[in-house]
Design a protein around this ligand. Sequence first.
Ligand code: KG4
Ligand code: ZN
Length: 340
Amino acid sequence: MVASSYILALETSCDETSAAVVTESGEVLSNVVSSQIEAHRATGGIVPEIASRLQLELIIPVVEQAMVEAKVQRESICKVAVTSGPGLIGPLLVGTQTAAALAYTLGVPLVPVNHLAGHVYACLYQHEFMFPYLALIVSGNHTELVRMDGHHSFEILGSTRDDAAGEAFDKVARLLGMEYPGGPQISAAATSGDASAYTFPRAMLNQDNLDFSFSGLKSAVRREVADRVITKQDRSNIAAAFQEAVVDILVEKTVRAAKLTNPTAVLLGGGVAANTLLRSRLCTATRTLGIPLQCSPLELATDNAAMIGVAAVFSDAVVSPFEIEVDPSRAIDVDAASKR
Ligand code: KG4
Ligand code: ZN
């Protein structure tokens, strides 16, 4: 008889279909991510209806692959965890209803997990816990500074008033004729660019709060590229100057929050945490403060189910398969029963 000790986790909040198997102590055994990027390139961004349909087609094969790669039998699953928000409603429904059906048929608890909490737990993967932490979550839809006082216990200190950092990367990339998603493209182009060739605004730095704004920066790039022919070198220079502005803003506000909250470590999670310049600048800035930086491992930075499984290890939240709800705009500070 095999011991029941594995968590099956599903993440379908946006355009990635992902399933993972994680041990009860939080070790990742498999983490299958099927991206819809190719499908959304044609439209330059995500069309929610298309994202939902692709989630439906992919979810069962992805779950199957995660189980095979982890070499785990169905009877060994002790919990099913799933992202219940925030995210796109259609894709979230596909994940939660699939997870509910799996939990029901396997006869195991169903654990709803906040997507943003997942990004935070990705930074804590295989670390000892030493609260409180300060987390900078930077993704395609969120830019938040969050204090974490215990498992699944969060307080939002600041957030974006308009576009998220990742959204700004994606929109500016589009203005520069680059493909979706924009973050990796901008960051690659910036390596051959001169960031001092342009000066873009750093909004809200002179305001005494921990909020962000990126829409003015995007508009400044739009004005710069309007009605003119952009050379390859121009494009690289604009990419570098834009990236420099985003990183300056994120690092400055995070340093301010760290001085106010005195955390044991600063955490950097979400898709934009894959950005090399942001990782290195934030590392230098936090080192100056004497506070360590814990970035999510690169393979856990963009959306994936392993981070949801790891977050579920430390959660006591359980919901009936007949009553699971999705919340497209769920905030990180309204969940969840914590464990330990
Ligand atoms: O967390 P994530 O995978 O999905 C959401 O929850 O939104 O984040 C996706 C975002 C996209 O906007 C993408 O352009 C951005 O992360 N991103 C990056 C990089 N890699 C992905 N942004 C900047 N630099 C990168 N290397
Ligand atoms: Zn995300």
